[in-house]
Design a protein around this ligand. Structure first.
Ligand code: ADP
Ligand code: F6P
Length: 468
C-alpha cells in the first residue's frame, strides 16, 4: 500500500480521545482517514515564528504522524487571513460583496505555497501519493512539479466552487486555475461544484473535456470528479452510545425540562446563515404564540478566523440578534436561544444531537456540511429527530429526505420548524431510515477509498464513483 502524504493548511489532531474535537469538516475527516492509512499529515502548526526556517516539527499523536512548520506574522496576515479567508473563502461561498482583492494577499499566498512546497519535499518518497486539501493550497501542486516531484498528486476542495461569472472577478483567475491542472486528480464535494469547474475550464480556457470526466491540458489528462465527503460512521455511532454521550444527553434533557429542543452546531462563519436562522426562530415564536415557552434553540458556535473583520462583524450581529430575540420572547424561567461559543468533545456533541428534536442546518452556501450527517447518525432510529437542511448545502444532494429549505426565507424556515415539530413518528422514522442509509453508505471511509483509487489512476470517469 502506498503511503499518503496529506497536506492541508492546518494540522489538527485531538491530543486524546475525549478531548474537545477538531472543529471543521476537513480536520474531522482527515483524522479518521489518517488513522487507517500509513502516512504523514503536513501543514502549518498554527504558530508564529519571527523568521521562517522551514524546520519540521514531527510528532506522533493519537496514531497519526504529523509534520508542521511555523509561519511568519506577515505570512499569516497575507496568506491565511488575507488571500485564503478575505479573498477565496467569500468568493467561493458566492459572497462577492465580502471579497477583498489586495495584491499583497496574492503575493503572500504564493510565498506561503512555495514555503509549503520546500518544506514538504524532504518527506516525499518516490511511491507516495500526495493528497492536498482545500483552497489555501491550490497552486501547491504546480510548485511541487516545478521542483521535480513526479508523484501522483491530487487536490480535494472542501468548499463550493463558484460559478464562472463570479470567478472571473478574481484577478489572475486563469493563472490560479491553470496551476490546479498540475494535479492528476481534482476532487469536489458535489456534482454542482464539479460542473462549475468544468464550465470554467471548457468555456474560459477552451480546454477539451472528455466524456470520462478528464480534462486535456498540455498533453496530460486530469481527472476532475465529485467525491462527497462523509462522517466516520462507525466511530460516531460508537461515540453516540458511550457513557459520556449519555451523560451529555441526560444533562441537556434535564435542563430543558420537557420542552422541545432544536440544535445548531457550526463554526461562527457568515456562510452558515446563523443570523437568518435566529430570525426564523424568532418568526416561529411570533407566529405560533401557543408554542411560547415550549421550544428551545441550542446554538453551539465556536469562534473562527477572529482576525478577519467580517467574522468580527458576524459575531457582533449574532450577539445583538440573540439579545433581541431573547428579550422579546423570554420569561422568568425560560430563554428561547441558548448561544454557546465553545468546542465540545465529539461524544458530547453526539449526546446533544440525540437530545434534539430538530437539527437545524441552514447554511447560505456550504461545500458539504458534516453536521447534517452527524445529526442523522446520532439519532435513536426508534424515535428520531427531524433534520431541517438548507438546499444550498452540498449535503442536500444526498440527504433528500430532510426537510429542505431556502435559508434566505425566514417564513419558509419558520414553517419548516412547525412542520418538523408536528411530524408524526411514522414519517420521522421513514425519513430517518433513508437518511441514515445514505450517511452510513457514503461515509468517510468510502470517500477516502474513492479518492485514493482515483489517485492511483483506478477511478472511472463521469464524476461518479467507481465500483468498489
Ligand atoms: P466546516 O468544515 O465549514 O466547519 P462542517 O459542518 O462540514 O463545516 O464540519 C464542521 C465539523 O466541526 C463537524 O464535524 C462538527 O462536529 C465540528 N464542530 C463544529 N463545532 C464544534 C464544536 N463546538 N465542538 C466540537 N466540534 C465542532
Ligand atoms: O472545511 C472547511 C474549512 O475551511 C477547512 O479548510 C478548515 O480547516 C476549517 O474549515 C476550519 O477553518 P480554519 O482552519 O480557518 O479555522
Amino acid at each position: 500500500m502506498s503511503r499518503l502524504i496529506v497536506v492541508s493548511n492546518r494540522v489538527s489532531v485531538p491530543k486524546a480521545a475525549g478531548a474537545a474535537g477538531a472543529q471543521g469538516g476537513l480536520a474531522v475527516a482527515l483524522n479518521s482517514a489518517l488513522r487507517e492509512h500509513r502516512g504523514i499529515w503536513f501543514g502549518w502548526s498554527g504558530q508564529e515564528t519571527e523568521e521562517f526556517t522551514g524546520h519540521l516539527n514531527m510528532q506522533r499523536i493519537n496514531d497519526v504522524t504529523t509534520a508542521t512548520i511555523d509561519l511568519e506574522p506577515q505570512d499569516i496576515d497575507e496568506y491565511y487571513n488575507g488571500y485564503a479567508n478575505r479573498t477565496l473563502w467569500p468568493l467561493f461561498h458566492y459572497r462577492i460583496d465580502l471579497t477583498e482583492y489586495d495584491r499583497s494577499f496574492g503575493e503572500g499566498y504564493e510565498r506561503v505555497n512555495a514555503r509549503f512546497a520546500t518544506s514538504v519535499i524532504p518527506l516525499i518518497e518516490p511511491d507516495d501519493l500526495v493528497w492536498v486539501h482545500d483552497y489555501h493550497l491550490l497552486p501547491l501542486g504546480s510548485m511541487l512539479r516545478r521542483k521535480g516531484i513526479n508523484n501522483r498528486m491530487g487536490i480535494f476542495l472542501h468548499t463550493p466552487w463558484p460559478p464562472t461569472r463570479l470567478l472571473v472577478s478574481l484577478p489572475f483567475h486563469e493563472r490560479l486555475v491553470a496551476s490546479m491542472l498540475e494535479y492528476d486528480v481534482i476532487g469536489f464535494q458535489t456534482q454542482e461544484w464539479l460542473e462549475s469547474f468544468m464550465h470554467y475550464v471548457s468555456k474560459e480556457m477552451g480546454l477539451p473535456v472528455n466524456d470520462d470526466g478528464t480534462i486535456e491540458y498540455q498533453g496530460r489528462k486530469i481527472l476532475a470528479k465529485a467525491f462527497p465527503i462523509g462522517v466516520d460512521y462507525d466511530e460516531f455511532v460508537e461515540g453516540a452510545r458511550s457513557a459520556e454521550a449519555q451523560e451529555a444527553y441526560d444533562r441537556l434533557k434535564a435542563s430543558i425540562r420537557g420542552r422541545k429542543l432544536m440544535i445548531g452546531v457550526d463554526r461562527l462563519d457568515y456562510s452558515k446563515g446563523l443570523g437568518e436562522r435566529f430570525e426564523s426562530f424568532g418568526r416561529f415564536l411570533t407566529d405560533n404564540p401557543d408554542q411560547a415557552g415550549n421550544v428551545v434553540l441550542l446554538q453551539i458556535a465556536p469562534p473562527s478566523r477572529g482576525d478577519v473583520a467580517s467574522y468580527q462583524q458576524i459575531r457582533e450581529d449574532l450577539e445583538r440578534k440573540t439579545g433581541h430575540i431573547n428579550g422579546a420572547h423570554a420569561d422568568v424561567a425560560f430563554v428561547p436561544i441558548r448561544y454557546v461559543n465553545r468546542g465540545y468533545p465529539r461524544s458530547h456533541l453526539a449526546g446533544f444531537y440525540r437530545a434534539a428534536n430538530i437539527g437545524l442546518v441552514t447554511p447560505l452556501r456550504d461545500g458539504m456540511n458534516l453536521v447534517a450527517k452527524e445529526y442523522v447518525a446520532a439519532q435513536d432510529p426508534e424515535d428520531p429527530g427531524v433534520l431541517i437542511l438548507s438546499q444550498f448545502a452540498g449535503a442536500a444532494q444526498q440527504l433528500t429526505e430532510a426537510l429542505l429549505v431556502n435559508p434566505h426565507s425566514i417564513e419558509h424556515v419558520s414553517e419548516a420548524i412547525k412542520r418538523a415539530l408536528d411530524m408524526p413518528l411514522s414519517e420521522r422514522k421513514q425519513r430517518h431510515a433513508k437518511l441514515l442509509a445514505s450517511v452510513r453508505d457514503e461515509d468517510v471511509l468510502r470517500w477516502r477509498e474513492d479518492f485514493v483509487a482515483a489517485l492511483f489512476g483506478q477511478a472511472d470517469g463521469n464524476g461518479t464513483n467507481g465500483d468498489k
